[in-house]
Ligand binder design. Sequence first.
Ligand code: NCD
Length: 321
Amino acid sequence: MVAAIPEAVSPKKAHSFAHRHLLGIDGLSQGDVYAILDLAKGYIARNRLPDKKHAILKGRTLINLFFENSTRTRTSFELAGKRLGADVINMSVATSSAKKGETLIDTAMTLNAMHPDFIAVRHPESGAVHLLARKVNCSVINSGDGCHEHPTQALLDALTILERKGKIEGLTIAICGDILHSRVARSNMKLLTLLGAKVRIVAPPTLMPASPESFGVTPFYDMRKGIAGCDIIMMLRLQVERMEGNFIPSLREYFHFWGLDDEKLSYAKPDALVMHPGPINRGVEIDSQLADDINRSIILDQVEMGVAVRQAVLELLSAQS
Ligand code: NCD
């Protein structure tokens, strides 16, 4: 029997989403966030059917402009765009004029002249995506800018938690590891506190941002204490590409004190779930077997939710462009 196509795709929009770009979690209201998450829920079901295609973005063009490597984010933007019927172009630095010295703005203006409807941009400099958004006519989606923000990652994380726990408000969530260099941590601190979670950040002093309380979260400098009683443990990769100098004595010592394994996880709630945005460094921030433990790890759910959230973001932005 063929499953019915869920109604929830393209529902009547109870909350109007009045944003032309998605540059960060800053500036989004709770209503905006639930407009994205509610729409994304319909896409989860549709993406599990044999026919995943829609015509909602037929005739529109999405350019994925990536100045940094990416597997999950770029692929899921590509799938999201194609499943909604858009034409999708992938541009990476290696094949672009950026290697020949063309500036970010020149690249943006050149692409803009080809009339895209959306540009999803990843760039190593914090703030670069905001700058680009001021120079083009289309919708810009921040797909990660330096250590600053990665809003679609936080949104897909929130959708994953909602799907597994049924709520976010009132949950205790620990974000652990290299907070200092992580745009995923920054976007998640803002989003999860906006949605009413009690958020902790757990890191060695060298990887903790200055004045962590300003994010509305509680800092912990010990893994077992930070994890104790938590519903969700979100692990982060050591962002070595953003480190200038030595932030940890050795990878072995880092895993000993800060790596998540079954013993440290036993301090969390018995039904606590483990997340990681990927890519994972097995044996550095997370024990390899734990990462694959389908009873505790929801890392692959995060990947699945990524496509649905990006479809929802593209659909909502298309109404503004
Ligand atoms: C994250 C990123 O690029 O910021 N990855 C991702 O988008 N899936 C986290 C990371 O690279 O560690």
